[in-house]
Design a protein around this ligand. Structure first.
Ligand code: B12
Ligand code: SF4
Ligand code: SF4
Length: 362
């Protein structure tokens, strides 16, 4: 439990992150930044904040799929039902009982409103923000997912947890794209979680090889944290991993049309990204796979209705050394033609097995 004004330097920290452009295309981080950095601006009646963490720990090596280049690697949090639904349900249950007993008003949020969940959770004593910026707990490592309950009740505040990162910098060194501008400061524009999930257009060329086979999100900086030795697999039945999402074959993913995509990922965080962006990621993974048997899948997608998908099919084929000599006559899209020109004029480095797929040694 914490107070709405427990972290007075939040507005300044958020402002400096936004001013540096570290939010990339996430315009929604900017839109209500005043309310995001100050709970009392979001809800003037709020007097206390209860922060909840749900253990979503994986039940095996979270990076195992990176060693299987013909399969896709999906971030741990997305291999299961959408946590927003699960945690919101729990918060509503808890909040309803609390409101009735305390005669207070409540509002619950799981990334559904401008709320800075990590610093509030740290202020409430759930853990501290590690150098990777994620909330880290001595009991659960960095696998807690967070939710917030704002209330008009006056509650006793807990003590914040101290920083226990010390001189460690494993997370910073493990990042495949050098996304940290410094300890505690993430430049989302370089982060594979941002690029594969939030970013709408083609993935900038410099990040395609380091992406390896990550088709949705990235766990590298989380997985290497030594505090995970105290973590345990989730016991929340609704957050158990779905077996078919652990490392799905790229060939299967490349065949998803819109309807099949929605059916396959119903109820998971992946669905929100949409089929075209997901296929964009799958094609980059195909290019990086070094698996020539996947060239047929990429070749078929040169005729996909989505220019985003067609453009990445060009890159994938070039990287596999299987790009046809010229674009199809009917190809008119400027972005797709630019991918053709790039592949033909500058060339795309051919993929060897596992090229760029793994985390850098810590
Ligand atoms: C935007 C966002 C993203 C963006 C940007 C991430 C980021 N670090 O900001 C992207 C798309 C990249 C992203 C990625 C991921 N995300 Co995200 N994301 C969010 C979201 C919506 C907002 C985060 C935010 O406010 N960022 C703004 C920056 C300015 O705030 P900050 O990160 O706290 O930065 C602080 C530091 O810079 C600090 N600071 C600056 N200088 C200094 C100096 C010192 C000494 C100190 C101590 C601090 C400090 O001040 C800032 C304010 O506290 C939250 C949900 C929410 N509503 O809070 C989820 C959330 C943070 N994401 C989450 C998850 C799980 C992930 C991923 C692991 C998903 C994945 N596997 O792919 C990755 C992790 C990548 C990473 N290393 O951060 C969880 C994290 C749970 C936890 N235990 O903390 C959250 C809380 C969602 C949830 N409800 O559980 N995410
Ligand atoms: S999620 Fe991946 S790309 Fe993003 S900061 Fe962490 S290691 Fe780097
Ligand atoms: S890997 Fe090291 S520096 Fe990074 S969050 Fe964990 S303890 Fe902190």
């Amino acid at each position: 439990m914490t107070r709405p004004d427990a972290v007075p330097d939040l507005p300044g920290r958020l402002a400096s992150w936004l001013a540096a452009g570290h939010h990339g295309g996430m315009g929604w981080m900017e839109e209500r930044s005043g309310e995001r950095a100050d709970p009392a601006r979001l809800w003037p009646e709020v007097r206390s904040i209860v922060m909840l963490g749900v253990n979503a720990g994986p039940d095996g090596d979270p990076l195992a799929a990176l060693a299987e280049p013909s399969r896709g690697s999906i971030a741990v949090y997305a291999r299961r039902r959408d946590y927003h639904d699960v945690i919101k349900g729990k918060l509503k249950e808890l909040g309803g009982a609390f409101a009735a007993k305390a005669g207070a008003e409540i509002k619950v949020f799981v990334d559904t409103a401008p709320v800075m969940e990590k610093p509030l959770a740290a202020a409430a004593g759930l853990g501290w923000q590690g150098k990777h910026s994620v909330l880290l707990s001595r009991d659960f490592g960095n696998w807690l997912l967070l939710g917030a309950l704002y209330t008009t009740a006056e509650l006793p505040a807990d003590e914040p947890e101290g920083d226990h990162c010390g001189r460690c910098r494993r997370c910073l060194d493990a990042c495949p794209t050098d996304a940290f501008a410094g300890p505690y400061r993430l430049d989302a524009r370089r982060c594979l979680a941002y690029l594969t999930i939030e970013h709408a257009g083609p993935i900038p060329a410099e990040f395609r090889v380091p992406m390896g086979n990550r088709v949705f999100g990235c766990d590298d900086c989380l997985a290497v944290c030594p505090w995970n030795k105290f973590a345990a697999a989730t016991r929340e039945a609704r957050l158990m991993a779905r077996e078919e999402l652990a490392a799905p074959p790229l060939a299967e993913l490349a065949r998803l049309d819109d309807a099949a995509f929605r059916t396959r990922f119903a109820g998971t965080p992946i669905k929100r990204t949409g089929r075209d962006r997901f296929l964009r990621n799958v094609l980059i993974a195909i290019g990086n796979s070094g698996d020539a048997s996947l060239a047929g899948e990429a070749g078929r997608l040169l005729e996909d209705p989505s220019p985003l998908v067609r453009g990445m099919a060009v890159w994938a084929l070039a990287r596999l050394g299987r790009l046809p000599p010229a674009p199809p006559a009917e190809e008119q899209d400027a972005d797709v033609l630019a991918e053709w020109a790039l592949a033909k004029n500058q060339g795309v480095q051919r993929a060897g097995p596992l090229a760029g797929a793994g985390p850098r040694p810590a």
